[in-house]
Design a binder for this molecule. Structure first.
Ligand code: PPS
Length: 340
């Protein structure tokens, strides 16, 4: 087995997000990195795999999706599941801060840097890139593991039903999800410069990775009555972060003091998270911290953080079309969102 700190000097990258991770700094406390002996060609790395009717980012390999079904769940695992751009990093930070009693210095972001289904890939785009699966690293991680994923439920490990770990599903109004994603994609040259209107048509028809926003969100919405699933809305955190922090803590059977709650609310605000990612980059902390700093610049996962940014992109006609589709797909679900 090859351990992380034998890779000093290598550059490792998440191909989906095109994230460069320097493995130069100390790599203490990081689960073992076990790179596969075979290599990936640049062709594979451009390819978006399709599995059981769904398209995935290049860093998600079909064999991993198959193996994931038997991933061993621990009852104290905490899953954060989202459709992309819905607040994954925000809620990961809230959960991680709660686990660290609100102490920023003690926060463990090791397992939240990527999604369960992703592979770390070195030298993306070059023939001979090697890969190592996130879920294999998670197998060795300390408990409690905070595990993030964009997977629809049917792709998640089978043991979820039996072990019933806590799941937090984060949903965001889809107009802002697509707007956020549009900006994120713009930073990745492999997507080309897709103009907004073309992007909009693909997004509304569920053409991109992880499929239809509507299907994704409704699947988890319909599981919300199950005791282990907490359904959280991005806009609710924006409106009243404290209330969300309290309900997340309750869901995780944590009993933080008022002081801890205050610190969690403070440190998970947009401005504080921006500072935190910038600091991680400046401090050149281990690879898992550098993920944040090096991915598309220091503010990769903290951009505007607003409700209603879609208004800067949607035309009147697009908005009407979107509202029609939204009404149709969501009718009878009882699920509503704040759009501004
Ligand atoms: S990813 O790539 O799917 O994991 O992205 P994800 O983390 O789910 O979503 C990124 C968006 O979440 C916003 N964000 C926040 N908003 C408010 N407060 C805080 N603290 C916060 N942290 C992240 C981030 O800015 C992205 O949204 P946009 O609209 O692009 O700003």
């Amino acid at each position: 087995m090859l351990v992380a700190n034998t890779y000093s000097g290598h550059r490792v990258l998440f191909s989906h997000h095109h994230l460069f991770l320097d493995l130069m700094a100390t790599t203490n406390n990081i689960p073992d990195l076990e790179f596969e002996p075979d290599v990936l060609s640049s062709e594979v790395l451009r390819h978006r795999p399709v599995y059981e009717g769904m398209t995935f980012p290049p860093a998600v390999r079909i064999e991993a999706l198959k193996e994931l079904k038997t991933f061993q769940i621990r009852p104290d695992d905490i899953f954060i599941v989202t459709f992309p751009k819905s607040g994954t990093h925000w809620v990961s930070e809230i959960v991680s801060l709660l686990l660290a009693d609100g102490d920023l210095e003690r926060v463990n972001r090791r397992t939240t840097l990527a999604h369960l289904e992703f592979a770390l890939i070195d030298d993306v785009g070059k023939d001979g890139a090697r890969y190592c699966y996130m879920y294999k690293m998670l197998q060795n991680a300390d408990s409690p593991r905070v595990i993030t994923s964009h997977l629809p439920y049917r792709f998640l490990p089978e043991q979820l039903d039996e072990k019933k770990p806590k799941i937090i599903y984060v949903a965001r109004n889809p107009k802002d999800v697509f707007t956020s994603w549009f900006h994120f994609r713009k930073r990745d040259p492999r997507f080309g410069n897709l103009p907004w209107d073309e992007y909009f048509n693909g997004a509304i028809s569920g053409k991109y990775v992880y499929g239809s926003w509507f299907d994704h969100v409704l699947e988890y919405w319909n599981k919300r009555e199950k005791g282990n699933v907490l359904f959280v809305k991005y806009e609710d955190i924006k409106m009243n972060a404290r209330e969300t922090v309290v309900s997340v803590a309750k869901h995780l059977n944590l009993t933080p003091s008022d002081d801890v709650i205050d610190r969690v609310v403070h440190s998970s605000s947009l401005d504080e998270m921006k500072k935190m990612y910038q600091r991680l980059k400046t401090d050149n902390q281990g690879p898992f911290n550098n993920h944040y700093g090096n991915a598309y610049g220091s503010n990769s996962f903290v951009r505007k953080g607003k409700v209603g940014d879609w208004k800067n992109h949607f035309s009147v006609a697009e908005n009407e079309e979107f509202d029609r589709v939204f009404q149709e797909k969501m009718k009878d679900s009882g699920l509503t969102f704040a759009f501004e």
